[in-house]
Design a protein around this ligand. Sequence first.
Ligand code: G6P
Ligand code: MG
Length: 225
Amino acid sequence: MKGVGESLKNEIAVLFDLDGVIVDTAKHHYLAWKQLADELGFDFTVEDNERLKGVSRMDSLNILLEIGNISVSESEKISLASKKNQRYVESISNMDERDILPGVKAFLYELKSNGIPFALGSASKNAPMILKKIGLYDDFSAIVDGNAINKAKPDPEVFILGAKKLNVEPENCVVFEDAQSGIEAGKRAGMKVVGVGDPKVLAGADLYIDTMEDMTLSRIKGLFF
Ligand code: G6P
Ligand code: MG
């Protein structure tokens, strides 16, 4: 007869956000948006930046412009978003496996060696390029990124699609997220959500960790009982 742990094997899956969960890109996004705000003549704080985490590039720009109380034409928006992205891509050009956040590699290894499939669920169109840079591209069973989705987090599309690709029911999936919009997306997908960060900033997760170093497979399984 199968024990509880064994019967769960292959029936659960993990979905990871990228920026701020797998790799330390969140600060590069913030600095590139901040530079744009400086040029447009307004202040953009770390607190304001929480609203942009997990949000698509164009939606982020719209929030930024709303914060600065600035309105621009659609074509100007496209050029501002592309300016931000060029700077962002430039600022992460030297990124490599040293930028993987603490505890991530060990946890992915634990999942892999226990046969637990995992996928990426990110709003970023740069996700495949970043995963290649840090040497994790081939480790994910599936990648759902900003190129594959129509509706940005907090819409659950990105995670629903990830579960589908892994062939696992949404209620058997665990999402790792550092963004409020991502936590909401995971809950709306009917999944368990682990918040990576401060519970005072992030609401609604089932469990909170400071870093992936605090994570083990048995804690994941504990979410289901
Ligand atoms: C992630 C980040 C956001 C970023 C978005 C789009 O969700 O948390 O800060 O704006 O991806 O990223 P991209 O690389 O496509 O501009
Ligand atoms: Mg994130």
